[in-house]
Design a protein around this ligand. Structure first.
Ligand SMILES: [Cu+2]
Length: 154
C-alpha cells in the first residue's frame, strides 16, 4: 500500500514536469500539389496535430520554392468555391486540423521552381507560441481542386 502510494507520487512528480516542455505539434500526411511547368502557384496540405492542453495557431509559413506563403481557406459563396486568405489556422487543444483540397491550405505563391510529382519542397511553419517546424514534403498529384480559381484577398 505504502509502496504503491510512493510510486504514484513519483509518477505525479514526473508528470508535473511536463508544462516546461514545448507545445507538442506534429504534422502527418503532408504534401505539396504538383503543378504543370510555368504555373505560378500551388498549395500544400497536411494534418496538424496538437497534443498540448491549449489551442495553438499556425500563423505563417515560408519556403524556398515560393516567393510568398499564405494561409488560405475555401469558402462557398452562392455555390462558388473561392479561396480566401486567413490570418491564422487554429489547431485545437489535444486535437488536429486537416489542411486539404477544398478547405484550409498553405498557398505557395510565385513558384521559383517547377513542382513536379516525385519532387520535394521545404516548408517552415510558424506557430503562435513562437515555435516553428521545418518540414520536407513530397510533391504529389492531386485530383480536382483549385486550378482556375481566382484569388480573393481581404
Ligand atoms: Cu489558396
Amino acid at each position: 500500500m505504502i509502496k504503491s502510494m510512493l510510486q504514484r507520487s513519483f509518477l505525479l512528480a514526473t508528470l508535473s514536469a511536463a508544462p516546461f516542455a514545448m507545445a507538442e505539434v506534429s504534422v502527418e500526411n503532408g504534401y505539396a500539389r504538383a503543378v504543370p511547368p510555368g504555373q505560378m502557384n500551388s498549395a500544400s496540405f497536411m494534418i496538424i496535430n496538437n497534443s498540448d492542453a491549449s489551442d495553438i495557431q499556425l500563423v505563417s509559413g515560408s519556403s524556398s520554392v515560393a516567393k510568398v506563403v499564405e494561409l488560405h481557406t475555401h469558402t462557398n459563396e452562392n455555390g462558388v468555391m473561392k479561396m480566401r486568405q486567413v490570418e491564422t489556422i487554429t489547431v485545437p487543444a489535444e486535437g488536429s486540423v486537416a489542411l486539404q483540397p477544398g478547405g484550409y491550405h498553405i498557398m505557395l505563391i510565385g513558384l521559383k521552381t517547377d513542382l513536379a510529382e516525385g519532387g520535394e519542397i521545404d516548408l517552415k511553419l510558424n506557430f503562435s507560441d513562437e515555435s516553428s517546424k521545418l518540414l520536407t514534403l513530397p510533391v504529389k498529384k492531386v485530383m480536382g481542386g483549385m486550378q482556375g480559381h481566382h484569388h480573393k484577398h481581404h
